[in-house]
Ligand binder design. Structure first.
Ligand SMILES: Cc1cc2nc3c(=O)[nH]c(=O)nc-3n(C[C@H](O)[C@H](O)[C@H](O)COP(=O)(O)OP(=O)(O)OC[C@H]3O[C@@H](n4cnc5c(N)ncnc54)[C@H](O)[C@@H]3O)c2cc1C
Ligand SMILES: NC(=O)c1ccc[n+]([C@@H]2O[C@H](COP(=O)([O-])OP(=O)(O)OC[C@H]3O[C@@H](n4cnc5c(N)ncnc54)[C@H](O)[C@@H]3O)[C@@H](O)[C@H]2O)c1
Length: 453
């Protein structure tokens, strides 16, 4: 078998892999890009983009339902068809990546559809082709839904995010297994389209990685929207017949037309040939240095690095990895100010550390809190004004190390605090800032005033 020579092989074209392949080609290197499914990965076809189209549609319904008592009357009759059509036609091209492939090849990148396998250092095999990468290999293989080994679940037509974004109609009822980000976003979307939703969460609260105040707020809002939340739940068995799924728990059974499994992700590391380069394919994540290097001639970016499973992290890392592969200088990767947004209503925008994480690191911590409803804008906004600002200060250094903004546009407002955490702006300086009246972000002033009190 003839070995094909190239400078770099990229295995897996998630958001970061696609971007890095382009940067490397622009930098003058020959690049072979290997993707077994769809170029662009999870985000454009099964995750961020289609789910945020759903969030937008569900938000329109919620706003229309808020009209009575504020601005007249509405008669809201949800229809899923425009949502499904938009995802099919505008977002995913019927889950076809021809345009994305064309974008790659137009930049001179060699595209190979297939499963990439590391067969030796700097060597990748795809089917019957073998590539030797002079500079090295970049891995961006991402994650797949993790499905728990619950008795009876395998073999049933349960949904993961991949089937849920292809829904042709909103089901009459839906059980959501898992109350993390995926679970809560889909739960509220479908509930707003009339689906009777129950979240069955193993952890003791929703969004257990975020501030407990955010979990409590979501649980309160979900209750008002008719979404049932069962926390601390243990599902022992899953049943399915033509009409329904049944979850068996020690407290009884739950039944619904559809079941969405949203219990986390598993990294696509198994079967990648990591043992051929002396690495453990059973690891939760690949250990990378601050240039995204795993070992000599091997780089990794995206969800498989365990630095935050978000598209913006994958993109951020792709630029650093590409620079490293090109031998160019530039800032090293730093993760002290990773932002993330749970696109529920209220949105939960977060940056950096939660209070618990800051305390676990042994920092001297002060927190500041303000309710959005108590701000002038929150009071004016009235219906749908639930939310808060929570700041986490490292009092030793006098800087914010984390913040949460929950509420209308929480994911946008938190950007101001991302700047503060990223640039380590002294809280004393933040307190001298002028915030426009009457904006939601004026609540930042109140939260700053509350710090340590
Ligand atoms: C429902 C949902 C909603 C989300 N919403 C958001 C959001 O709003 N904002 C946000 O920032 N993040 C969101 N995320 C997370 C986001 O989707 C991921 O962080 C993002 O896709 C980045 O992943 P990645 O770059 O690691 O690779 P991925 O997108 O996972 O892509 C990896 C690619 O590698 C390919 N591959 C794997 N193994 C091989 C192999 N051996 N050979 C060839 N190809 C291979 C796969 O087919 C895949 O195309 C969401 C996730 C889910 C599940
Ligand atoms: N808006 C966004 O940026 C966005 C949206 C969706 C997903 N994501 C990314 O995708 C990642 C994965 O999200 P996710 O929600 O799938 O995972 P997750 O790890 O955030 O949450 C999974 C939840 O499922 C629960 N769980 C696990 N096993 C269970 C079981 N057997 N029964 C009941 N509950 C169980 C856990 O307690 C946990 O709370 C996120 O961490 C995030 O990085 C981001």
């Amino acid at each position: 078998m003839a070995v094909e020579e190239t400078d770099v092989v990229v295995i897996g074209l998630g958001a970061g892999g696609e971007n890095a392949a382009g940067l490397l080609a622009d930098g003058g290197l020959s690049v072979v890009a290997v993707e077994e499914r769809l170029v662009g990965g999870e985000c454009p076809y099964y995750a961020c983009v289609p789910t945020k189209m759903m969030v937008r549609a569900a938000g329109l319904l919620a706003e229309a339902r808020r009209v009575p008592g504020m601005a007249g009357d509405t008669d809201v009759r949800p229809a899923w068809e425009p949502v499904a059509a938009r995802i099919r036609d505008e977002a995913t091209d019927s889950w076809d990546d021809a345009v994305a492939v064309e974008r790659l090849t137009a930049r001179g990148i060699g595209f190979v559809r297939g499963r990439g396998l590391l067969t030796a250092p700097r060597e990748v095999t795809v089917g019957d082709r073998v590539f030797r990468a002079r500079r090295g290999v970049l891995l961006n293989t991402g994650t797949a839904p993790a499905v728990p080994p619950i008795d009876g679940l395998a073999g049933t037509p349960y949904w993961t995010n991949r089937e849920a974004v292809q829904a042709k109609e909103a089901p009459a009822s839906l059980l959501v297994l898992g109350g993390g980000v995926v679970g809560v976003e889909f739960a509220q979307i479908f509930a707003r389209f009339g689906t009777r939703v129950t979240i069955v969460q193993g952890g003791d609260r929703l969004l257990e990685r975020e501030e407990p105040e955010a979990s409590a707020l979501l649980e309160k809002v979900f209750a008002t929207e008719g979404i049932e939340v069962r926390t601390g739940a243990k599902v022992t068995r899953v049943g399915h017949d033509d009409d329904a799924f049944t979850l068996h728990t020690p407290d009884g059974t739950l039944t619904a037309e559809r079941l969405l499994v949203a219990t986390g992700r598993r990294p696509n590391l198994r079967g990648l040939g990591l043992d051929a380069v002396g690495l453990d394919e059973n690891a939760r994540a690949l250990e990378v240095d601050d240039r995204l290097r795993v070992t000599d001639g091997l780089w990794a970016i995206g969800d498989i690095t365990g630095k935050g499973a978000f598209t913006h992290v994958s993109m951020y890392q792709s630029a650093i990895a590409a620079r490293s592969i090109l031998g160019a200088d530039g800032p090293a990767a730093s993760y002290h100010a990773v932002p993330r947004v749970t696109f529920t209503d209220p949105e939960i925008g977060v940056v950096g550390l939660t209070e618990a994480e800051a305390r676990d690191r042994g920092l001297a911590v002060a927190t500041g809190h303000a309710e959005l409803a108590d701000s002038s804008r929150g009071w004016i906004h009235k219906v749908g004004n639930e939310g808060f600002v929570k700041l986490v200060e490292d009092t030793g250094r006098g800087v914010l190390v984390g913040a949460t903004v929950a509420g209308p546009s929480g994911g946008e407002i938190v950007a101001a605090l991302s700047v503060a955490v990223h640039a380590e702006v002294p809280t004393a300086t933040l307190r001298t800032m002028i915030t426009a009246y009457p904006t939601f972000h004026r609540a930042l002033e109140s939260a700053l005033a509350d710090l340590g009190s």
